[in-house]
Design a protein around this ligand. Sequence first.
Ligand SMILES: [Zn+2]
Length: 461
Amino acid sequence: MYDLVLQGNLVLPDHVIHHGYLAVGDGRICAIIDSAGPRPPSQQFIDARGCWVLPGGIDTHVHAYSSATDPEGYGPLTRSAAAGGLTTVFDMPYDASQPVTSAERVRQKAALVERDAFIDVGLYGTISKQGGVPRVREMVQAGVCAFKVSLFETDPNRFPRIPDDELVALLTETRDSGVVVAFHAEDDEIINPLVRSWHPRGADNPTAHCHSRPPLSETVAVLKALEMAHELRAAVHIVHCTLPRGFELVNRYRREGADVSAETCIHYLALSEDDMPRLRGFGKINPPLRSAAAREGLWNALFAGSVEFVTSDHVAWPRALKDKPNVFDNASGAPGVETLLPLLYSEAVATRGLPITRFAQLIAAGPARRFGLYPHKGALAPGSDADITVLDPQPTWTFRAADSLTTADWSPFDGMTLHGRVVKTLVRGRTVFDVERGGVVSAAPAGRLVTPQRTGNNAEK
Ligand SMILES: [Zn+2]
């Protein structure tokens, strides 16, 4: 007798079992059974025939505590994520109160996960501008999933640019532990003078934000991170890569044997700089939205298999920080945990014909593999956590930011027509979101801290 059996079109790592049975016990997947035999006995049965039964969505790039005045926190963020079919998010370390640069900060945030999160959460750590590397090992032992560093100075304390010598020290420290170091790849020295010269035109022309951060400012920074990975034999990941050229560079270094990867974000696939006159400050994101041609190039890279996964870069800035007349006076970033999976399904699978197994790789297996969670998470397989997203491919509907569960009452995707809808989200076998029962159904937060399985040496030392 299983705790739960779901019947539906089960999306396995390399094929689909139509009308198959997925059996769950103790929060894990126990068995995958085809529809030839009788339905396995269970306490609870979910009839998802006609729906895709997917491994739960994993978004390895969200910001829960960026705002000094109105931090969203794990409660609203993870409820919104569950409504969008996500079962795990990774929170970035750039908190307004204090960035995550010590084991003590990791433990403080782990306590917030246990207290407030409705889905599972992994934590990023980072280093301070100078002298932070000696604390890397204690953060690994405290359970960070990865480290994040920036080549662009967003804020000298919260989100600093890390000097090259500190980067070398960091990658030398992490190379044997298997811990991935993720880079925000934008070049400070190219961008800062351009921002100064475009700023006066930012009120009349919101696209000035895009002009102030041209493609070269991203690709030279990507190249620096890749060359460091190659030379120091460290694991490096490029976050929010906006350009097909960026993925080409990553592929070249990977062919040479470097341990490198890159993600793109859903907004670079769904929007372009042509949307800036309409979105104004609400479309201000770093790196910026690119040309329509670059967007099509990204789609080609995705269909060619160069894009390992797609993230949201979610941040729920209050409206007052995004509606200033001059585009440059607004905070950077946009909410997206609720739209990532449905929008990617709509654009990639329903509209452009991506195979559903590839979709599952982009949204679950890809990030889980890169950060050491696979196959514990990221796959419908016996022994894996029963993190499950049920998506009905039939409905066509309009996304309204006003209906979303994030604390932001706006979205760059507001009003978009989507094909397919998340109808249920289960985390370790428990239903967290159920559209038929009115939304988030978990009474209490039951999310857990996610920690990777590492094979390297440093994690044990
Ligand atoms: Zn980010």
